[in-house]
Ligand binder design. Structure first.
Ligand code: FES
Length: 160
């Protein structure tokens, strides 16, 4: 079954079975989520996408439901200016890249901030903690998120 959808801003047609999840089809047909170990049960957070503005675990979304819908993956988000600016902050904070969780955590954090732009440091800390992490980068991400919020506030009050 071939379905048209918008993937990371591009019109694409992906081929999948009605029993397959969006995650499985994205992995096979679009080459995303290649480096991550995934639970495929909706608990690890490593397959999250934004589907029509809502963050969802793609392993629980039937592929047939995404016809004509808009899907953004962490790989797609990593091409944005917002991502690049945040990565600069993280690099200054000494982030050691982890192929398993870094981009997933950043994606999850910014999906949350998109929905809740008034979120504070404590909420960001909670959101970062929702993605399983074995590399120990959470404190760096938390410092980066705090600086990101400070920067946003400085822009808001006209100090930058
Ligand atoms: S693969 Fe773990 S939540 Fe989808």
């Amino acid at each position: 079954m071939k379905l048209p959808l918008i993937l990371n801003g591009d019109d694409v047609t992906l081929d999948g079975d009605t029993r397959e999840s969006l995650f499985t089809v994205l992995q096979r047909e679009a080459g995303v989520f290649q480096e991550k170990t995934n639970c495929r049960k909706g608990t690890c957070g490593r397959c999250h996408v934004v589907l029509d503005s809502k963050e969802v675990p793609s392993c629980l979304v039937p592929f047939f439901q995404v016809k004509q819908r808009e899907v953004v993956t962490p790989e797609g988000f990593s091409q944005t200016d917002e991502y690049r600016q945040f990565r600069l902050i993280l690099d200054e904070e000494g982030l050691v890249e982890c192929a398993e969780c870094t981009d997933v955590q950043i994606f999850h954090l910014f999906s949350y901030l998109e929905l809740f732009p008034q979120a504070g440091k404590e909420e960001c800390r909670m959101v970062i903690g929702e993605i399983p992490c074995r590399c120990g980068s959470r404190p760096v991400l938390e410092r980066g998120a705090a600086r990101w919020l400070e920067r946003k506030e400085a822009v808001r009050v006209g100090r930058r």
